[in-house]
Design a protein around this ligand. Structure first.
Ligand code: NI
Length: 395
């Protein structure tokens, strides 16, 4: 790590607790819990927070936890957020502390995020006398199903918050590095479901049937024209049909067909147009094929857009902590993150923390891969950076 800075004590505090952070993270990793089922994880977090002297609110938006650290003097409230849930994936990492629960795995590193935020809470508790204002720690349920942030906001987790920060580990970026980006960082997430009704019949007598399979096939390809013919090539959009179901056998035209898919965009004004496009294209293609289409369209999370002033603050803090050479500009991605919902309510910044090997990180298995793993040296750095980002806003 770099030159001596005013952040040195915070970095040193993170380093001192490294072995405890590693132990805590490995325990979460062994016993992962799916979205909205994080009761044991939340109990472990609550126990740690209480031991540090926090008064906490539990059961916020599922198993979420809200803990406030009021400093010596009044001032702004800065929120820091971590997510706690795991994924329905069978772990193949080969780690000695791999998941003990068949089919469930911390394949997105939320175990690491939870651990880092606890570390930050401990570091900041030690700095309590310096703090002018409040740090609010948000431990969130159900990020993977885009549900937890919405529920926490509904239950008042952001009330009184002036600014919010969060991070996500990234195994394809070397540990010790951070990636930031002004404006849009991650895509919006929408979900659509199309149910087609035709008229079933004998596979050899199509003229007496209305075939929803042919209509569904035309819709799958037709939907892509929403991207290629209706939206500017300078606005990224993804339309993916992830599931297509129809019929059971070779000689029967089924009565119904159904498909489920997702739409990703990178600009709020583009996301706002997608429901109309998908509904119109699916509906009118279905009509051309004499089928009836019912379209259900849900906007799950908005584009993740950080506030310029908050990004500048993170960049200054990161560069002071680890040196400008270790901060890079993040590439955009159309993967989604429900942190975007907090950013719709209050300004803030979301950034990437490297969790990959120092050499060859770009070849690492990515987020949500059964062989996903992290370099645990990112734990103390993440804890110290979160603490520094909050503290520098409150002194
Ligand atoms: Ni994640």
């Amino acid at each position: 790590m770099s030159q001596a800075t005013a952040l040195q004590p915070l970095l040193a505090a993170g380093k001192r607790m490294e072995s405890e952070l590693v132990e805590f993270r490995r325990d979460l990793h062994r016993y992962p819990e799916l979205s909205m089922q994080e009761s044991e994880t939340a109990a472990k977090v609550a126990e740690q927070l209480r031991a540090m002297g926090f008064e906490i609110k539990t059961g916020v938006g599922g198993h979420g936890i809200v803990a406030d650290l009021a400093g010596a003097k009044p001032g702004k409230t800065i929120a820091l957020r971590a997510d706690m849930d795991a994924l329905p994936i069978e772990e193949e990492s080969g780690e000695p502390f791999a998941s003990q629960r068949p089919g469930v795995m911390h394949a997105c590193g939320h175990d690491a995020h939870t651990t880092m935020l606890l570390g930050a809470a401990r570091i900041l508790m030690e700095q309590k006398e310096q703090i002018q204002g409040t740090v609010r720690f948000l431990f969130q349920s159900a990020e993977e199903i885009n549900r937890g942030a919405r529920l926490m906001i509904e239950e008042g987790a952001l009330d009184g918050v002036d600014e919010i920060f969060g991070l996500h580990n990234l195994p394809t970026l070397a540990a010790g590095k951070v990636a930031t980006r002004y404006g849009s960082l991650m895509g919006s997430v929408d979900r659509f479901e199309i149910l087609l009704t035709g008229k079933g019949g004998h596979g050899a007598i199509p003229d007496q049937s209305i075939d929803p399979v042919v209509a569904a096939s035309a819709i799958v390809t037709g939907l892509q024209t929403a991207v290629s013919r209706e939206i500017s090539p300078f606005d990224p959009v993804v339309v993916t049909v992830g599931s297509l179901q129809a019929g059971d056998t070779y000689n029967v035209i089924p009565h119904r067909a159904s498909m489920v898919g997702t739409i990703r965009t990178f600009a709020p004004h583009v996301q706002a147009t997608m429901k109309e496009r998908i509904t119109r294209i699916a509906g009118q293609i279905a009509e051309a094929y004499r089928c009836k289409a019912e379209v259900e369209y849900t906007e799950m999370t908005p584009v993740l857009v950080s506030a310029d002033d908050s990004v500048a603050h993170v960049e200054r803090t990161v560069e002071e902590a680890i040196g400008a050479d270790n901060r890079i500009e993040a590439a955009p991605t159309l993967a989604g993150e429900d942190f975007s919902l907090y950013l719709q309510k209050v300004p803030g910044c979301f950034f990437w923390l490297g969790s990959g090997p120092r050499e060859g990180a770009e070849r690492s298995y990515g987020l949500h891969h059964p062989k996903f793993r992290i370099e645990e040296e990112c734990l103390p750095l993440g804890a110290s950076l979160l603490a520094a980002i909050a503290l520098k806003r409150l002194v």
